[in-house]
Design a protein around this ligand. Sequence first.
Ligand SMILES: [Ca+2]
Length: 341
Amino acid sequence: MRQVGNVALAMIALCCVGGSASAQDESGFQAYLATLRAQSQAAGVTRATIDSVFPTLTLNTRVVQLDRAQPGSDPNAPPPNFEPYRVSHIDAARISRGRQAFQAQRYRLQRIEQQTGVPESIMVAIWGNETNYGTFMGNFDIPRALASLAYDGRRRELFASEFVDSLKMIDRGVPAERLKGSWAGAMGGPQFLPSIYLRLARDGDGDGRADIWTSDADTLASIANYFANAGWRPGQPWGLAVSVPPGFDRSQITNRLLSPRCAKVFARHSGWKTMAEWRALGMAPVSRAWPEDTVLATLIEPDGPGKTAYLLTGNYRVILDYNCSNFYALAVGLLSDAVVQ
Ligand SMILES: [Ca+2]
């Protein structure tokens, strides 16, 4: 009952914010653009960029449909198992392409790892998970998509801010026609939102531009810069697959901390223990060498007791910072291991 009431309230709220969110009409969108224009001016976007972009903007109903089709999560539903996801996302084709990308890019990857401490294999795995190694980066016009999503209003503040940042990219010298990406505003090989591009995109090939759309060197340098900025610890793995001993008492590893962000993702992790403590509890490595005894890790059992479990270091949290999903982060970690085998 409470849920029904909340949904009804939300619909009422939507109907009355600007009177346009449910109408989805071009005239409502054009009227809303005055707000976005004022926000852009207030944020310091140049007149030339504003005058060149705004006349091109029309409502993209397709991105609004895609945003609304995002599956809502039922708080009472048990999380799905990871194993089917692993099998479909880290298949032979993706591993094979990853090994090819790894070999083809090694001369760059080695240099970037030396500069940032971010492993070559992690850069490749992010690239593979985000865009299948640069082969699928999205073809939506980014300012138009973000303006449409801001107008729709489900996450207006976020999308309006990203829209303004996409204009700042033009001011910074990115050609407007480069601003192509996913329907939700992620661009180029690393799939950066405009705010992330402005903060963390890097020039990897020395031409003075961070071209994450056509330069593999810039894409890989940008991914590494993101990871270094988010606190990747050189010399530590992301984690490793382990087997949990039969009859293991899980009450002794309960996580009592509540994460302020991504609470549901972190709620699936145990409390922190050192590798020495995990080994003393009977965990046995499945796939790779045991990290140093002092490294801290949490345990996740994404398929429940009796199946493969994973010990996750602080570096796993850096992958979550990139995309806060346990399935995503596990897939990146396992793909990174597979491409260098
Ligand atoms: Ca460049």
